[in-house]
Design a protein around this ligand. Sequence first.
Ligand code: BTN
Length: 248
Amino acid sequence: MAIFVGKILHIFEELDSTNRYAQQLLLQGEVVEGTVIQAFSQTAGRGQMGSFWWSAKGENLTFSVVLRPHFLAINQQFSLNQAVALAIHDFLKTFIGTGLRIKWSNDILVNEKKICGILVENSLQNNQIASSIVGIGLNINQLNFENLSTATSLAAICGQKYDLNDLRTELLDCLEARYFQLRAGRIKQLQKDYLAVLYRYGEDACYEKTATNAVFWGRIVGIAADGKLEIMHQDGIEAFGLKEIKFL
Ligand code: BTN
């Protein structure tokens, strides 16, 4: 059982976005670390890079966790993302035997289809992370993704439906365990674990540079301390930020 993550739990039938609601709470005053805000449906779910997160009503887990990783320097921000992605990977590993990968920076894939998206929004103060809102959208019981052929869910993979409350509790346990690991300063271990399950790590594959539309072959060789993706190509090793590279 988690000690502090999810001890305070706000559940809503519908919200615009659990991340936005958490932001509002933080603006209004003190929020206990580990507070979770869950919604069965979101009308304006936020995805990475300004995208919309679509999730069928009542079928999936969509929630946000408020954390205060004061112990991280600003240039270590990405290690929180790694800890969260690993927590979800740990959780899913208990159900899924093969094909489970973390796709840099923050997606969880099963056989190349996306089962989970993560949106971490940090607020910085005096060169420190004052608070983090960790938004998680994990597809559980949804079977129909209409024209989103690149999405999947736990039910689609395992052939059965699940109780959302039970799964949320188990997932929050995993999240707390990885957060404790991060808080204990075991960043190197997190990095090692992350690379061990990273999609395309060490494999030759095709990418596109967003700025120039140049397509190239390269191999992921690491993650820089600032979270950039390191790809080795014919001219050497180059580090890319989220908006700078497309996986082809
Ligand atoms: C992505 O684009 O992959 C990130 C998706 C994150 C979606 C979750 S759902 C719960 C939380 N609230 C939001 O508005 N977004 C995140």
